[in-house]
Design a binder for this molecule. Structure first.
Ligand SMILES: [Zn+2]
Length: 337
């Protein structure tokens, strides 16, 4: 009987606990996504001189709970470029503190992370781990490349998967060789299901590297794969690679942002290739709830600058398409000061 007060407290807790934590009271988690981040060449020189190509977007990035970018280069001081590839990108490891400052994790499944071979790729994995920067879509083995990165915020477990399907395929990981994940339909379906069943994810988002370069509309293959991923349980699909932004679709109430375009990248000079999007996606336990894009205008050094809010696109759950944003920022997107 001497435990009675404890038991009573326990009973009281049990009685009030469900009332304190209904699912709908769990706040939304905001995830910022940017497209291609290429930190060799011009942006690499800029960082070497002490400048920060992410600075104009620092405030928007800092306001998100999770920040994700596609790392369109290898970060290493080892390896050898493939002589047959026209463009090879290797960034100096000095760029990593900049990446760490603005991003929680990077997508590695793309057509440049393997430019200097598997040894340089493995060296990058080690450096990212030492810098405590998360990564997905790549790993030391095939299984690791296909495993989701889980980031937990406000009690919500967000799984990020990454896939490339733009050649060369030899960057792909093998059973015991480091490399990236390639998007075979059957495997992608299995990965999404396992993210929920094995890794207990509440939200699953595949980040894709796909589509034809300079093409403003998603290809039939992109549309087919996006549908397959959402049918398998993905809450949203976010992509890149074409160097331009592409159309957006809402399929079964879930957003597919086919291409975010370039973000930090030099060497482009047309209006389409020097325009990218930062995507702010709001998710809660029920899935994607809202998003907005912020247009980035990329200058000659490869640094993106936020454009006027009037060019942003917005979507709220229940809407069948994205459209112009309301003139005022909705409360969900108020930036932290
Ligand atoms: Zn690419």
């Amino acid at each position: 009987m001497k435990n009675l007060p404890g038991r009573l407290a326990c009973a009281v807790m049990l009685a009030i606990w469900p009332a304190l934590a209904p699912a709908e009271e769990i706040p939304a988690v905001s995830i910022a996504f940017v497209g291609d981040v290429m930190l060799a060449d011009g942006p690499g020189k800029l960082i070497r001189s002490g400048r920060d190509p992410f600075a104009p977007f620092a405030k928007i990035l800092a306001s998100a709970d999770i920040r994700i970018g596609n790392l369109e280069c290898v970060v290493s001081d080892t390896g050898r470029a493939d002589p047959e590839k026209p463009w090879s990108f290797r960034a100096h490891p000095r760029v990593l503190p900049r990446v760490k400052r603005h991003f929680d994790a990077v997508a590695l499944a793309n057509n440049h992370s393997g430019d200097y071979g598997p040894r340089a790729f493995a060296d990058m994995l080690e450096r990212l781990e030492r810098a405590q920067i998360g990564y997905f879509g790549g790993g030391r083995t095939l299984a690791a490349a296909h495993a989701p990165l889980i980031l937990e915020r406000k009690g919500l477990r967000v799984a990020l998967l990454g896939y490339n399907e733009f050649f060369p395929r030899w960057f792909e990981a093998d059973f015991d060789t480091p490399g990236i994940a390639w998007s075979e339909d059957e495997q992608v379906t299995l990965d999404i299901e396992q993210a929920r069943r094995v890794h207990h994810a509440d939200i699953v988002i595949p980040v894709m590297h796909w589509g034809w370069e300079h093409e403003p509309l998603a290809s039939d293959r992109q549309r087919q794969l996006a549908r397959l991923m959402i049918d398998a349980g993905a809450d949203a699909v976010v992509g890149g690679h074409p160097h331009v932004v592409q159309n957006i679709e809402i399929y079964r109430g879930r957003p597919v942002i086919y291409s975010l375009g370039n973000f930090v990248f030099d060497g482009f000079d047309t209006p389409a290739t020097t325009t990218g999007w930062l995507l702010e996606l709001q998710v809660d336990r029920a899935g994607a709830r809202a998003f907005r894009t912020t247009v980035a205008r990329i200058d000659r050094e490869g640094t993106p600058h936020p454009a006027a809010p009037s060019s942003s696109l917005c979507w709220n759950v229940g809407q069948s398409a994205a459209g112009a944003c309301p003139s005022r920022r909705s409360p969900e997107f108020v930036e932290k000061e």
